[in-house]
Ligand binder design. Sequence first.
Ligand code: NAD
Length: 359
Amino acid sequence: MSKNILVLPGDGIGPEIIAEAVKVLNCVNARFNLDLALEEGLLGGAAYEAEGSPLPDSTFEKARACDAILLGAVGGPQWDKLENRDLRPEAGLLGIRSRLELFGNLRPAILYPQLADASTLKPEVVSGLDILIVRELTGGIYFGEPRGVRTLENGERQGYNTYVYSESEIRRIGRVAFESAQKRGGKLCSVDKANVLEVTVLWREIMEDLASEYPDVELSHMYVDNAAMQLVRAPKQFDVLVTGNMFGDILSDAAAMLTGSIGMLPSASLDKNNKGMYEPCHGSAPDIAGQGIANPLATILSASMMLRYSLNEGEAADAIEAAVSAVLDQGLRTADIFSEGMTRVSTSEMGDAVINALQ
Ligand code: NAD
């Protein structure tokens, strides 16, 4: 039976990087007889322009029915001024994540040895880096109600959001993190702000409670401000980090820079059955869209995570990852990871090089 993949190019560099990932998927599909069936859909600004909604019903129906989703990125300055926030591209992204209950966001930060020079940190601090950030994705302050901007009695305006996590939400992301740590180095660091925020006092309590079920995992806790500092001071002390939606958003971008470029980082967002949406960690990069210089490797590696986690095609995933490593060995670099002595390539040349390495 064929495996149906919904491809959502999105906005900005989204269509450019997705085109390369689709080329790679078509290549492994033929080589490994995967029986993948790819179908495209609209999400974000592109969907708003075509259908008046950043998450049209037709897209959601396809997303619900398919086996896995591959997303480029959404957003752009032309939609930032839309008064109705529900019509902005980001609402489409948050909507699809929450309606599909994709609560478990896995963000590996791996430094390919070939890119040690591309990191702004000293090679000895980052070489060999291999950490996994597990971010809760459908709760916390990004979704909490009430939220908005209100006018106080004295006429001053006040913005407000609500940071809320229920016990079951903490427990289910905790399980994803403990299980991930079991499959890796057996160390889990839970990041919170339990010295100030009650919601994370509960977070810490639930993590402690879960620890007794995973005696093979060593659990530690760290305040988020310290975690930010430790990530740039001595990132290799970490194996798996687990944290809430907003802290994870920020820490995973910091982790991205450890690896040289956000253009290298894939991610998976999984539901409780491991159905998932796979996307690069970066956004739609409107500053470089249309120039053919975006790095497609984060998206290609996201496609590889999709094969591994949702489609159980580990062999094809291994082949893609080996091909990415091979093109880096050949010295091929997009602009974001370019350094002296390397060969600068465009988005599509990088995709072609991965395919050549696969063949
Ligand atoms: P961004 O990640 O799009 O860009 C940050 C910087 O990284 C830019 O200088 C960009 O050129 C560079 N960059 C990003 N991806 C790259 C790649 N593949 N190759 C080379 N360079 C790359 O973040 P931003 O500028 O804060 O946001 C731009 C838009 O993206 C906004 O509308 C934002 O809402 C949206 N956004 C979307 C997602 C998503 O779709 N998951 C995530 C974050 C931001």
